[in-house]
Design a protein around this ligand. Sequence first.
Ligand code: NDP
Length: 253
Amino acid sequence: MSSLFDLSGRVALVTGGNGGIGRGIALGLAGAGADLVILGRDEAKNAAVVEEARALGRRAIGVACDVRERGQIEAAFAIAESEFGRLDILVNNAGIAAGGRPEEIPAETWDAVLGTNLTAMFHACQVAYPFLAASEHGKVINIGSEYSLFGAAGVLPYSASKGGVVQLTKSLAVAWARDGIQVNCIVPGWIRTEMTAGVQANERSYTRIIERTPARRFGEPEELAGAAVFLASEASDFVTGVVLPVDGGYAAG
Ligand code: NDP
C-alpha cells in the first residue's frame, strides 16, 4: 500500500518552497522520496530548506527566482533540468496577500497580487508542460485559499486571484488529462505562517477565525503534506481537477 505514495526517483519543484506552507509541502514530498527544487526570492531561506531536504537523504537545490518574471521561471526550470534531467511534480505555492477597500485599491496592488498568485502559476505550468508530459507521473498541485470559495471584502485582489486558481486548475486538468498529467488544487484553511502572523497577533481576528473553524484551531504548515503527497503520487492517478480543502472543516461550515 505504501508504494502507492512512494515518490522515490521523482523530482518536485515547489515555488515559495522556502517557508510556510511551501516548506511544509516540500519537506513532506522529500519525506516520501522526492528530490527537490526550491524556488523563492530569498536565497538564504532557499538554502535552509535545501539543507533540511538533504538531511532527509534527498537531492535538493535552491534557485533564486521571482515568479512574476517569466524569464526567471524559464531559467529556473533550465537549472532544474541540468541538475536532475527531469521534473515530475510542480507545486505552485508562491503567493502574497494584499487588499484594502475595493474602491481604493491601487492598480499596482492588483497587478502584484494577480501577477504572483495567478499569472505566475500560468507561466510555471506552461514552462513545466514538456517535462510533465515526458514524465510517466506528471502532477501539478496549485495552492488556492478559502477565498477561492468565499468572497473577501478586505482582500479583493487576493480573492480574485485565488478564484482564478480554481478555474486554471480545472481547465488544465481537462486539457492535460490526455497527456497523463493530473492537475489539482489544495485549499488550505487558516495556517500558522508569516502570511497570517498579523491576524494571529490580533486577538479579535484570531478569535473570530478560531470560532469559524470547526476544528477550533489554526493548522500547521506540515499538515498540508499529506494531501500534497497524495496528489503527487500514483495514489491520485485517476484524480484530476479536484479542489481539496485542508482546513479543519472551514469550507464545510
Ligand atoms: P508565506 O508568506 O509564509 O510564504 C510565501 C512564500 O511565497 C515564500 O516562500 C516566498 O518566498 C514566496 N514568494 C512570494 N512572492 C514570491 C515571488 N514573487 N517569487 C517567488 N516566490 C515568492 O505564506 P504562506 O506559506 O502562508 O502561503 C503560501 C501559499 O498558501 C500562498 O499561495 C498563500 O496564498 C496560500 N495560503 C495560505 C494560507 C495561510 O493561512 N497561511 C491560507 C490559504 C492559502 P520569498 O519571499 O523568498 O520569495
